[in-house]
Design a protein around this ligand. Structure first.
Ligand code: ATP
Length: 349
């Protein structure tokens, strides 16, 4: 499906996005600000109609159906709660619209509040709650209608780092327990990796890759995906030879390595390959290691868990992240590194 907005120069905010999400799956739309994540989610929710294309829920075409007839629960970034109303009044809102009776409504509100660990909070006012509690009320309000699909648009971005981590585990627990098909929007790659069964990485209205967190991390499709998911090196290296699934490349400063490559990579001798390798897979050489590359340290960053080094290797910048970096290593030092071939993966531009 695609979405164009007349306002803002008629560019496609969502450009030919084709996704199939399995029942019970936790699926994340991940990408930088403005890439079209929210617009995609809003089309699934029914707040926007696509300019072209279709949306199907279990084979049923819902493209033009209004939001309240789609069996989806939505959690917004800003929670969209009524601040002067009680928790219970906020949570019961969707039931009122659906004309659920009082007794049944009260029972379901209490059940939804218990699900998000806010049992007994029904009579509290929203503006008396912490940000984290408000976020749970928003989640309870989405859950109370017992939707088939839960849609979450950056629901954690107003919480501090610690609460964000706790809450993401909780959302996952609730989603698993209820077997809810979920679509989650975030620009935070760590959050996407930690929570998702599968991730769609979006850039400029397009989906660049869909895969499990492991696939996207270890076999990024493009330079953009490699760089967006964690720190990465994407090295431009000369192609010395190739098979269907490997590419032999010349290394900076001499030597060669056989990188893994996706089928259909199309590279042949004398082309330039873009090869991604994660900083934690670049090894500091040990005495006796073969095929090491000489580098000079241009930056050192101690993170506690590991040390990030930036090296100049024959004019190529190589980022290294290692736990065994001696505390004495400083800018200007010369170090030998190894690029393990089995960690090198060819990406598209
Ligand atoms: P963010 O993380 O900042 O919310 P996003 O990835 O969710 O970004 P969208 O909000 O989907 O991105 O926006 C995609 C593009 O569509 C942007 O260029 C945005 O300016 C444009 N856009 C979104 N909504 C509208 C609208 N109602 N009218 C005009 N342009 C819009």
């Amino acid at each position: 499906m695609s979405k164009r907005f007349a306002r803002g120069g008629d560019v496609a905010a969502v450009d030919d996005v084709d996704l199939t999400i399995a029942a019970g799956e936790f699926f994340t739309l991940l990408g930088p600000s403005g890439c079209g994540k929210t617009t995609t989610l809003r089309m699934v929710a029914g707040f926007y109609f696509p300019t072209s294309g279709h949306i199907r829920f279990g084979g049923e075409d819902v493209t033009r159906r209004p939001p309240n007839k789609r069996d989806t629960g939505m959690v917004f970034q800003n929670y969209a709660l009524f601040p002067h109303m009680s928790v219970a009044q906020n949570v019961s809102y969707g039931l009122k619209i659906r004309k659920v009776g009082r007794a049944e409504s009260a029972r379901r509100v209490e059940e939804a509040l218990a699900q998000v660990h806010l049992g007994g909070y029904g009579t509290r006012r929203i503006d008396e709650l912490s940000g984290g509690q408000q976020q749970r009320v928003a989640l309870a309000r989405a859950l109370v209608i017992r939707p088939r699909t839960l849609l979450l648009d950056e629901p954690l971005s107003n919480l501090d780092a610690k609460l964000r981590e706790e809450t993401r585990a909780e959302i996952r627990r609730i989603q698993r327990d209820a077997g809810l098909t979920s679509i989650y929007v975030t620009h935070d790659q760590a959050e996407a990796m930690a929570m998702s069964d599968r991730i769609a990485v979006m850039e400029s209205g397009k989906v660049r890759q869909v895969g499990s967190p492991q696939e996207i991390y270890h076999r990024p499709a493009t330079t953009f995906v490699a760089r967006f998911i964690g720190r990465s090196n994407v090295l431009s290296l000369p192609v010395l030879g190739a098979t269907d699934t490997t590419v032999d490349v010349g290394l900076p400063g001499g030597g060669r390595a056989t990188a893994k490559a996706p089928e259909g990579h199309g590279l042949t001798e004398n082309d330039t390959a873009l090869v991604s390798i994660r900083p934690e897979h670049v090894a500091l050489a040990r005495p006796g290691d073969k095929d090491t590359l000489p580098g000079q340290v241009t930056d050192v960053e101690f993170t506690g868990m590991s040390t990030n080094l930036t090296l100049d290797v024959a004019g190529t910048t190589v980022n290294v992240s290692a736990i065994d970096v001696p505390a004495t290593v400083a800018v200007g030092d010369r170090l030998e590194v190894r690029l393990p071939a089995d960690r090198m993966w060819v990406v598209r531009p």
